[in-house]
Design a protein around this ligand. Structure first.
Ligand code: BV8
Length: 233
C-alpha cells in the first residue's frame, strides 16, 4: 500500500512548538505578512531574523512526540511490505527526522537551514542569524536568510510531491487547518484521481468536508492508533 501523508503544525503542537491559527497561535500574535514574506525580509530583515531566531531556539529545546514516532515506524513497516509512506510536511521543524523518518519532503523549507541569497548556498544552521553574519561559503554579509518558503514563494519539491500524491492509494492530512495553498489543494487533487482521503486532526479543518474519512483528537493519540490499524489490516 502506498500512502501519502501531509502534516501541518498540529503534529508538532504537543511538542510545544505551537500552531499558527489556533487560539494564541503564531499568526494570532505575529502578522505573517510582516514576517513571512520576501517583501517583509527586504524591508525589516532584523525583525524577520529575530522572529526566526526565537523559533529556532524553541525548536532546539523541543522533542518529537508519539505522532512523529508512529509515522517513522509506519515508513519502515510499509517499506518492509513492499509499500511506501511518502511524508510531506508543511512544517519547518526537524521533529519528523529526529523521530526517525528517513525521507521527509519539507515543502515549506527547514528552520535549521540557512540560504545565502548572494551565492545560493544552503547550509545547516543552528545559531542566530542576522544581516551581519557572513556567508561561510562566499563570505558576503547581509545575504543569509532562513531556508523557509514565505508567502508568495514557490514551495519546494512540487514535482516530486505531485508524482507521489498521484501514485498513492491513500492521502492522509494530519494536523493542518487546510488554509495554505498549494498544500490545502492536495485533497482535491487526490479526490479528482479517485484516491481515498482521510483527515486526522484535533477538530475539523477548513476543508474537512472534502475528506472521505476523519479521526479527531490529539495527534499523539490518534496517529499511533491509526498507524496500528493500518499495519494490522
Ligand atoms: C504559492 C513557512 C505560488 C514559514 C509557511 C497572495 C500572494 C501570493 C500568494 C498567495 C496570495 N494569496 C494566497 C496565496 C497563496 C498562499 C496562501 O495559501 N495563502 C493563504 C494564507 C490563503 N500560498 C503561498 O504563498 C505559497 N506559495 O502559492 O506560490 C504557487 C502556487 C502553486 C504551486 C506553486 C507555486 C507558499 C505558502 C507557504 C508559506 N509558508 N510557512 C514559517 O513557517 O514561518 S505557511 C504556514 O502555514 C506554515 O508553514 C504552516 O505549516 C502552514 C499551514 O498551517 P498549518 O500547518 O495547517 O497550521 P495551522 O495552525 O493553520 O493549523 C494547525 C491545525 O492543527 C489546526 O487545524 C488544529 O486544529 C490542529 N491541531 C492543533 N493541535 C493539534 C492539532 N491536530 C492534532 N493534534 C493536536 N495536538
Amino acid at each position: 500500500m502506498n500512502i501519502f501523508v501531509l502534516t501541518g503544525a498540529g503534529v508538532s503542537a504537543e511538542s510545544g512548538l505551537g500552531t499558527f491559527r489556533d487560539k494564541d497561535g503564531l499568526w494570532t500574535r505575529f502578522d505573517p505578512m510582516k514576517l513571512a514574506t520576501p517583501e517583509a525580509f527586504a524591508q525589516n530583515p532584523d525583525e524577520v531574523h529575530a522572529f526566526y531566531n526565537m523559533r529556532r531556539q524553541n525548536l532546539l529545546a523541543a522533542e518529537p512526540n508519539a505522532a512523529h514516532r508512529a509515522l517513522a515506524h509506519m515508513e519502515t513497516a510499509l517499506a518492509e511490505r513492499g509499500g511506501s509512506l511518502f511524508l510531506c510536511t508543511q512544517n519547518i521543524d526537524d521533529l519528523h527526522e529526529r523521530a526517525g523518518s528517513q525521507r521527509v519532503a519539507h515543502m515549506h523549507g527547514e528552520l535549521l537551514k540557512a540560504r545565502c541569497t548572494a551565492c545560493g548556498e544552503t547550509m545547516p544552521w543552528l545559531k542566530d542569524l542576522s544581516v551581519e553574519v557572513p556567508c561561510p561559503s562566499c563570505r558576503r554579509s547581509g545575504g543569509l536568510r532562513p531556508h523557509v518558503v514565505w508567502f508568495g514563494e514557490m514551495p519546494l519539491e512540487m514535482d516530486a510531491l505531485y508524482d507521489a500524491l498521484l501514485a498513492a492509494d491513500l492521502f492522509v492530512a494530519i494536523g493542518t487547518s487546510g488554509s495554505v495553498y498549494p498544500a490545502a489543494g492536495f485533497v482535491t487533487e487526490a479526490q479528482g484521481h479517485g484516491i481515498r482521503t482521510c483527515e486526522i486532526n484535533l477538530d475539523p479543518s477548513d476543508n474537512a468536508r472534502q475528506f472521505d474519512d476523519a479521526r479527531y483528537g490529539p495527534a499523539s493519540a490518534t496517529v499511533p492508533t491509526w498507524v496500528e490499524q493500518v499495519l494490522t489490516t
